[in-house]
Design a protein around this ligand. Structure first.
Ligand SMILES: [Ca+2]
Length: 199
């Protein structure tokens, strides 16, 4: 028993050492890049029946606001697609959010997300794009005509990418000016299966 336990520890340690240099070179400033997390924007908690404006350089949990500003919508302000909270990609100007997570080179990942739009004003059709490592992978638009805060009319969208690095940055950006943007929630990332690569 003692020998077996020692072997398991040794293997685990070797695994950690093997992944160390790759992680460091891919994201030198990242402290703890790990699995994709909180695609539902449920933490931190925004004020109920209100929202918090988050500007470029600030974070929403594992997400970074990478441009302009966005509004983290609290419970009860309007309908969420999943859980209580969602994100309006326009604060008073177009904004963007992005999250970096570990990926396996060559593996295919499918991103699904819930899309709606701030129904309170601005152009009827709100537009934005999905970014993978800064590249535009998908343009999206949502017509908020007839939608309300109680009935946001979320639709599910999907985009697929093949990872080409040990980490990938997934982003969502508004592409229209003003204070009423596209709304996203319930972002999920799943890896293709089966796959012969390491998890
Ligand atoms: Ca949510």
């Amino acid at each position: 028993m003692a020998v077996a336990r020692y072997l398991v520890v040794a293997v685990a340690a070797a695994g950690l050492l093997a992944t160390g240099p790759g992680m460091a070179s891919a994201a030198p400033s990242a402290v703890a890049v790990s699995r994709f997390d909180d695609g539902s924007f449920e933490y931190p908690t925004a004020p109920a029946n209100s929202f918090t404006t988050v500007t470029a350089g600030q974070s929403i949990g594992p997400w970074k606001v990478s441009a302009g500003g966005v509004d983290l919508i609290g419970a009860g302000f309007w309908q969420a697609a999943e859980g209580d909270q969602s994100v309006d990609l326009n604060a008073t100007q177009p904004g963007a959010v992005a999250q970096t997570f570990t990926t396996v080179v060559g593996r295919t990942y499918t991103v699904t997300y819930a899309l709606a739009a701030n129904p309170e004003g601005g152009a009827a059709v709100k537009t934005g794009k999905v970014l993978v490592d800064g590249q535009n992978f998908q343009d999206f638009s949502f017509d908020s005509t007839g939608k309300t805060r109680a009935a946001m009319g979320y639709v599910q969208r999907q985009v697929t990418f093949v990872a080409n690095a040990p980490t990938t940055t997934l982003g969502f950006a508004s592409t229209l000016p003003g204070a009423y943007g596209p709304v996203i929630d319930d972002v999920r990332v799943t890896a293709s299966s089966p796959c012969s690569c390491n998890p």
